[in-house]
Design a protein around this ligand. Sequence first.
Ligand code: FES
Length: 204
Amino acid sequence: MSDLIQLGAVNERPKAPRGEDLQLKFSEKAIAQLDALKAHYPEEKACILPGLWIAQREYGGTLTAEAIAEVAHRLHRSYAEVEGVATFYSMYNTAHAVGAHMIEVCTCLSCHVCGAYRVADYLKEKLGVGFGETTPDGLFTLHEVECLNACDRAPLLQVGDQYYGPVGPAEIDALLEKLRTSPPTVTQLADEIVKVHLKAEEPR
Ligand code: FES
């Protein structure tokens, strides 16, 4: 079978949970934040993006079908509409479950020239996983990303809301050691973005 036929035929998106199976997991804090956001828009649809960030934090860093369904339920939207938004943006983790820390390796031109694939190979070797995979202990997920707009620091990594670069083996070793004992940066990042949304909506 050709790649083209496979691309058109395979649909690996998880099925939406049925309404009666939906188990709501948002914390009181999450519900209060979503309510605060709703109050600032003329319609609930406008809260889909920040609602998904709240869900990404509340569900441990991954937008599962249940997480998407909860956002749809709380904003009175269809599952298809919210899933369409979530899967459009690469910063929402919808493709697979992620670990506590997502290490994003820029392999675009400047980083490529400065050794991004040597960095990627070193990380793959150290962690024992490839791009798009998570270590068995659930700590690290490795991702390949496009230009992070800090080419002067090539080769560059992003973890949570921090950039690290230029990096080589010594910097990577130190970073991994630090992350092993750090709170999950995946949910920290989601929380920071929720706070930015809430601040942006505060009356001036
Ligand atoms: S090419 Fe890597 S940050 Fe621009």
